[in-house]
Design a protein around this ligand. Sequence first.
Ligand code: ARG
Ligand code: ZN
Length: 854
Amino acid sequence: PEIRREDYAPFPWLIPATRLEFELGLETTRVTATLEIERNPDADRSPTIRLNGDGLSLVELHCDEEPCTGHMMDGDDLIVTLEGDNHVLRIVTEIDPGANSQLMGLYASNGMLCTQCEAEGFRRITFFPDRPDVLSVYTVRMDAPEEQFPVLLSNGNRTGTGKDKGGMHWAVWHDPWPKPSYLFALVAGDLVAREDCFTTMSGKDVDLAIWVRKDDLPRTAHAMESLKRSMTWDEETFGREYDLDVFNIVAVGDFNMGAMENKGLNVFNTKYVLADEETATDGDFDAIEGVIGHEYFHNWSGNRITCRDWFQLSLKEGFTVLRDQLFSQDMHSEAVKRIEDVRVLRSVQFPEDSGPLAHPIRPDSYREISNFYTSTIYNKGAEVIRMMRSMAGPERFRKGTDLYFERHDGEAATCEDFVRAIEEGAELDLDHFRLWYSQAGTPRVKVALTHEGDTASLALSQEVPPTPGQSEKRPMPIPLRIALFDRATGKSEGEELVMLDSAETTLRFDGFAEKPVLSINRGFTAPVRIEREIVREDLAFLARNDDDPFARSEAMQDLVVGHLLEAADGSPAEGASEAIAGALGEILKDDAIDDLMRGELMMLPGVTYLMDQVLLADPGRIFAAREALKADLGTRLEKELEALHERASAVPFSHDPEAKGARKVGTMALTYLAASDPQRAADLAAAQYDSADNMTDRQGALMVLSGIDSAARSDRLLDFYDRFEGNALVIDKWFSLQASSLHPDVIEHVKTLADHPDFTLRNPNRARSLYMAFTGTPQGFHAASGEGYRMIADLILELDPINAQTAARFVPALGRWRRIEEGRAALMREQLQRIADAPKLSRDTYEQVTRSLG
Ligand code: ARG
Ligand code: ZN
């Protein structure tokens, strides 16, 4: 059944207090839930209370200390008939965490017990109104064998602990802050902690702990530093202070997503906690900092203020992504972070927005909410709030968020509440802007600059493409930061923010004796596709002169995209690759930019992004054009690239931006040489691998080698495995590197790797390391034979009964069929149909497959 946003109604009951008692065991856990309930004065009176369940069997049910008789099951839910206004319900259930392969609810991971409740996992633990607008104060008691589970954690503060006979022990935790069930968490296991302390701005001490398995303890230092930086930053930037005496983070090896913001007890995928220079890349270090920040920031944007219903998911996720992006920008280079974030948006969210799964950042309906933890909700959601910030400016925006936090603290709020608070606090008219919440699809903005006399005229027009369920679109308000450059001096008079808030408009700029060069959507102020009428010379000019680093990289990208699409069409323009080589040559030697930025500017647009630029893409031809350009650039700039690699190799390891930048450009140089002179590149990569004293250089070298047939390739792959055998996160890299390789035989490699003794579908990181990586290969996944599509369909069918949420995440790759040339499109559809026809599909996969078929 479909759940619709417009059907929202408040829950008829309040649950001021919830007591949970767990008798913990890997195979059997007994849960006793005691709910104090009372009628909700703001809701319609109901003769019953509906308690959600998912696969639970009821052991006992008491109402006000008496065995309850007036109850029935409705599907998986328990319905209890109640007469008076106040009751105490006691519900006993028994669950088997060891058999929980879905990793939702209470489950076992490497001998420990942990939970994941967002969005609807709590109902796999006990019967409860498992919806985010029912807030309750939780007290949790855990009883467990001490030797097996020496550490017992839950939300809030620990209020008691003790030992019992028979080697049993117990702990009680109390969380004073009312919260929805999706923020509940429990962890029991043989864990050790890195401990630290943070003093908040008002002088309160908070005990911090990051809990991991003993061997992993040395790799938690970076996560702890990231946590402390996050806490300071949220105080300084948003005025938000932490509100409990303890903050715990636990790392678990089996986890469906990145991490979870449970109140006072964040649970993380090990991937976003563990790092040292030998086993984690610079990218891993940055991702850890970002995710630690993200989950910590949820304490205010998510926990203190939560969501009224799951249609409001972007209220907490979009805002929190924006907060983590701003945090990372402040910790490192603002420009580089912005370029990276826009790259993710364009390669993941734009295709989503132009495909069968397109939905507004505040959806109108869903079948399975897990399918809506999307790049649209998260990343486009962040862009929409970022636009408000750009229009208001940071100071006024802060006034808006202050008002939001103050006004809605302790509530389950809506996106509309957020917009209204920003509108009032920041003194911004967002009336028309609200369209960004309801309208899906990426607006296309056409841009043309003309010149007459001493006036430059900028003609802007927009079109929002139709998306499923939304055939008619209205024009959106689009804030665009622009600058006009003088051709002779290479300088601009400064920038301004212009608004395109109708279908079309023309803006005039006086005082230009000569036609200026337009730089538009600087800093990517709006998440739109810009279609600019601009000659190659002007793009090359901006690639050289634009003083907004984002816009500069944009010009370089457009130069390359224009050429690659023409080349893939079989009609490359005369002189295009010379122009690109010229611009790249300048980038290689420009002393005014640092290496981290140079690395960004050197990066060619990815195949997925390129495919998304055309109506019907031919992945084979796009891939071939891209490889040909790489080879051409590698040949033209061979000396400069080799020199760059040599300079980079001489920089000793450190986490400084200079050294990090050197590692980035060093490997980037190799990727070009790998296309122009594979044997030479293989030698250089093998040498880089052999002398590497850190994972960034080692993985970079192996990534280059994995695409080149050579003895060095197989040697180093073996060496890598032997060196890191037993380290799950690094072995994930080993699978990933091979599965995402440019090697022509990648399909065969993936098949062989699937039979490797270390491969399993039961661990989501491992499953993704092989197959998610593979879906990015144009010559593998998109092989013209359809073999790659069949492999992913097989995977989905095999994974679905084990872990539906993870299986469903592979469907969008096949869902791209409408935007791909017809031969491949038919093959993709065939596989989607085969999945749809399979018996007993999960709701997750069923929804994604049917939506994808259209
Ligand atoms: N709220 C978490 C985060 O973004 C994600 C949890 C998603 N869980 C899920 N089962 N879909 O930080
Ligand atoms: Zn989040």
